[in-house]
Design a protein around this ligand. Structure first.
Ligand SMILES: Nc1ncnc2c1ncn2[C@@H]1O[C@H](COP(=O)(O)OP(=O)(O)OP(=O)(O)O)[C@@H](O)[C@H]1O
Ligand SMILES: [Mg+2]
Length: 359
């Protein structure tokens, strides 16, 4: 059964974003999506990275792909319906090829270019419970398209000593995007990937992150409800092996620590929306809890939600005011958004190499 075969719903659209490379964005997108789909959620994954690692990881046969996310962005005639590939039970995907790298220069003169994906995807969004977008390790137009479509940002990262600096820069960018492109966007979670919980450094970074987000609770910032999600995903060689086989971790080695971590992490992601995930961990523990309607629960869980579901912000005077609905982007806003992204763009450092991996 295709993920899109059931009744309409309000999806949670989550961009997995970090401008740093090799931190676990793709691994998290694929395996979270896989766990959610196996728990009966209707899931769509979008590969917005020209490296096309998500596409490779899913192991989809080329013949199944009529058009890619590149076509969706640059060809006005291409629809999201045409770009959808049915990858697994309950799991659809919009896939990428290396030509996606050409999209940014080709779109340089197109009006409202940061919202192309959103305009196209909105038409089919209500077929899904969860839409997960794998962002490239950069802060360009592709990432901006992800942030314009998303409701939430989840930040995969590694607990190393520059991590907090990188997260600060990323939060700044999300703040700018909120102001200019997508006022509803919020940062809902951080996922610690390739985690080595025994190291002092990892413990310190985790404590610093928790303290940082606790201190943000009273501020009018898009990350004020952000949680460092538990559990951290341990470093586990099976997670690194699975993509070469075009398999998710539940298909490749469902009893390994990496699979267990992603099953539990998926339950935490669902819980962020106020619901629970009915899925068994392979360690034998039953993470099943009653599943309520995610959208209804999310509405209840959103702080200061207004009657029409539009998230609200506190004014300086402490009154709750609705955030503005999206208006068409003016040329000035477009320029400002481009400038903000240019200013925030940072070179992605090389991924950590050589660390030990848990079997
Ligand atoms: N928990 C883990 N344990 C071991 N290896 C992992 C783990 N998570 C990810 N990896 C491996 O680390 C590498 C980087 O992970 P991944 O591709 O998910 O990162 P990314 O942030 O998407 O990278 P990029 O920025 O290049 O898109 C991959 O080889 C992946 O298989
Ligand atoms: Mg990736």
């Amino acid at each position: 059964m295709s993920a899109a075969d059931q009744t309409p719903t309000t999806p949670r659209i989550i961009a997995l974003m970090n401008q740093k490379g090799g931190v676990g964005k793709t691994t998290t997108t694929v395996n979270l999506g896989s766990v959610l789909s196996q728990a009966g959620k209707r899931v769509c994954l979008i590969d917005l990275d020209p490296q096309a690692h998500l596409t490779l990881h899913l192991g989809v046969d080329d013949e199944q792909i009529d058009c890619t996310v590149y076509d969706l962005l640059v060809d006005p005639q291409c629809t999201a319906e045409q770009a959808i590939v049915h990858a697994r039970e309950n799991l659809d995907a919009i896939l990428a090829e290396v030509d996606l790298a050409g999209a940014e220069p080709e779109l340089a003169a197109v009006d409202d270019r940061q919202r192309i994906l959103r305009r196209k995807f909105d038409v089919i969004a209500d077929r899904y419970d969860y839409v997960l977008i794998d962002c490239p390790p950069s802060l360009g137009l592709l990432t901006l398209n992800a942030l314009a479509l998303a409701h939430e940002v989840v930040v995969p990262m590694q607990a190393h000593f520059l991590a907090l600096q990188g997260v600060g820069k990323l939060l700044e960018t999300v703040g700018l995007v909120c102001q200019r492109v997508n006022p509803k966007l919020r940062v809902s979670g951080v996922v610690l990937c390739m985690h080595e919980s025994q190291t002092t450094l990892a413990k310190e970074v985790l404590a610093d992150l928790d303290a940082f987000f606790e201190a943000s609770r009273q501020q009018d910032v898009p990350w004020r409800d952000c949680q460092v999600l538990r559990p951290p995903v341990r470093r586990n060689i099976k997670l690194a092996e699975a993509p070469s086989f075009g398999q998710t971790i539940l298909e490749y080695e469902p009893s390994c620590p990496g699979a267990k971590d992603y099953v539990e992490l998926a339950a935490s992601v669902v819980a962020l929306g106020g619901a629970a995930l009915g899925v068994k961990t392979h360690a034998g523990a039953d993470a099943a809890l009653p599943i309520e309607d995610d959208a209804a629960q999310r509405k209840r869980a959103t702080p200061h939600a207004t009657g029409n579901g539009v998230p609200a912000v506190k004014s300086a005077a402490g009154q709750v005011e609705p955030k503005p609905m999206d208006a068409p982007v003016t040329p000035e806003q477009q320029q400002a958004a481009d400038a903000a992204i240019r200013a925030a763009r940072v070179a992605a450092p090389e991924p950590d190499a050589g660390a030990q991996t848990e079997k």
